[in-house]
Design a protein around this ligand. Structure first.
Ligand SMILES: C[S@@+](CC[C@H](N)C(=O)[O-])C[C@H]1O[C@@H](n2cnc3c(N)ncnc32)[C@H](O)[C@@H]1O
Length: 283
């Protein structure tokens, strides 16, 4: 058991040296993955053998080179769900859970009738769509993305759910026209980072650029999305869109400029940074 503890301590030091903030957590997660168990059960393991230590060394070397932890273990947790992720799909972020929680609370407690048609625009691995479908089982949930690779992960993640996947460009004029005026809730975590922003190696080298960047000002997908939400939502329907922490004002402005929304509000994530805007379709 000491050999395992020593290996985890030494991996923690390697990761801290490499500039990884969550060094201890990552060292333990990778040890659990190599041993085929959960992190909470590491202390209960029989002393592992050479095969474990060989595998662990490889994983530690890969993480040290800043390959994301989630790519090495093959999954990412998001709210109540665990998603398959890997190269070519965006890794769901805790920041987005703040928007998920707000939307679920609104759907349950703020006088908003239970949504029966929900659209997750820019679904990636399917994170928001699957979490919403799990919490609102009577709703029809449509999840849209234009990346075949992202959709292949979403398809795997949605296998045992009722989520419907659609391949479409959410910025295209007239997209999803069959849903015009029929949607109760449209959520989106779109690409929104302004081009040129400095990013950690895990993000810059391993999240797809198409999932990250929203043009020079970060607004190239958010602006057409606001118009899409105006077109698809029924009067009283709810729009929630995530944005960069530098573009709260621009996002509020672009949503207001459609002339189709009331109650346009900038909201913060768990770290207190402005992270998403919510609005109610008027009319
Ligand atoms: C930031 S990722 C978010 C993924 C997911 N919503 C999440 O929170 O984990 C943005 C996603 O938008 C997709 N995307 C980018 N531009 C798009 C467009 N014009 N139409 C549809 N999907 C788009 C990308 O393929 C990527 O999967």
């Amino acid at each position: 058991m000491n050999a395992l503890r020593d290996a985890i301590d030494s991996a923690t030091a390697v990761f801290a040296d490499a500039g990884i903030d969550s060094a201890r957590y990552d060292a333990e997660e990778l040890a659990a993955h190599a041993a085929g168990t959960d992190r909470g059960r590491l202390a209960l393991l029989d002393p592992p053998g050479d095969v474990f230590f060989g595998r662990y060394r490889e994983l530690v070397a890969a993480r040290r080179s800043r390959i994301p932890l989630q790519h090495l273990v093959g999954t990412a947790a998001f709210g109540p769900v665990t998603l398959h992720v890997g190269p070519g799909v965006f890794i769901p972020r805790p920041e987005t859970e703040a928007m998920l929680e707000w939307v679920l609370k609104a759907a349950r407690t703020q006088g908003f009738p239970p949504p029966s048609v929900i659209v997750d625009a820019c679904t990636g691995s399917g994170a928001l769509a699957i979490a919403l479908a799990a919490s609102l089982p009577d709703a029809r949930v449509l999840a849209v993305d234009d990346s075949l690779t992202a959709l292949s992960y979403a398809q795997r993640n949605c296998a045992d759910t009722s989520v419907e996947l659609i391949r479409a460009d959410v910025t295209a004029p007239g997209v999803l026209s069959e849903l015009a005026g029929r949607v109760d809730l449209l959520v989106s975590n779109p690409p929104y980072i302004p081009e040129g922003a400095e990013l950690d190696p895990e993000v810059a080298q391993h999240d797809p650029a198409h999932a990250l960047f929203g043009g020079p000002d970060g607004m190239s997908v958010i602006t057409p999305l606001a118009a899409l939400a105006a077109r698809l939502l029924r009067p009283g329907g709810l729009f929630a869109v995530e944005h960069d922490d530098t573009t709260a004002a621009a996002t509020v402005e672009t949503v207001c400029s459609t002339g189709s929304f009331d109650h346009v509000v900038s909201r913060s994530d768990l770290t207190g940074r402005p992270r998403f805007v919510t609005a109610v379709r008027n009319g």
